[in-house]
Design a protein around this ligand. Structure first.
Ligand code: ADP
Length: 158
């Protein structure tokens, strides 16, 4: 059994995350989406809302679950019987931070491996923060997030 944890802020979950998970679900026995409370980032949605939204849009994936967390990632990973931390890479600009994070996590827990999947080309430019920015300015976000997410963003932004 190889289980993975896919950590992130998911504020909100996008088609980029979903595409990555769709591919990961074929590789790993189980993938736990780990929604970080990320209070320092002042997210648009609180962690419970982000977890609910992700659960809703991922309900078709039998071997994917969604959980909120605010403890050390390597501890969370062990608690969920996972040996892999999964992350996505979009551009070279992601690399430096991801490299640092993977190095720190290896130091903390040498038995846990960080594995990267590259983005699908059509989502290379897609990030949760850009989606929120476009939505705030009244742009069309139907190509970026599922409709349940659009409804929640609309409600949030009034
Ligand atoms: P974080 O705040 O930890 O970067 P995010 O929710 O923004 O959390 O992203 C979670 C993970 O998903 C990160 O590894 C990020 O690189 C990856 N990711 C985000 N958007 C995409 C995308 N469009 N394609 C592939 N991976 C993505």
């Amino acid at each position: 059994m190889v289980n993975a944890v896919y950590p992130g802020t998911f504020d909100p979950i996008t088609f980029g995350h979903i595409d990555l998970l769709k591919r990961a679900a074929k590789i790993f026995d189980h993938v736990t989406v780990a929604v970080a409370s990320s209070s320092g980032k002042q997210p648009l949605f609180d962690v419970q809302q982000r977890v609910s939204l992700a659960r809703e849009v991922l309900s078709d994936y039998q071997n994917v679950s969604v959980v909120g967390f605010d403890n050390l990632l390597v501890d969370f990973t062990k608690e969920h019987n996972a040996s892999v931390i999964l992350r996505g890479l979009r551009a070279v600009s992601d690399f430096e931070y991801e490299f640092q994070l993977a190095g720190m996590n290896r130091n903390l827990a040498p038995d846990i491996e960080t594995i990267f999947l590259t983005t699908a080309e059509q989502y290379a430019y897609l990030s949760s923060s850009l989606v929120k920015e476009v939505a705030r300015l009244g742009g069309n976000i139907t190509n970026f997030v599922p409709e349940q997410v659009i409804a929640e963003i609309k409600q949030k932004l009034g």
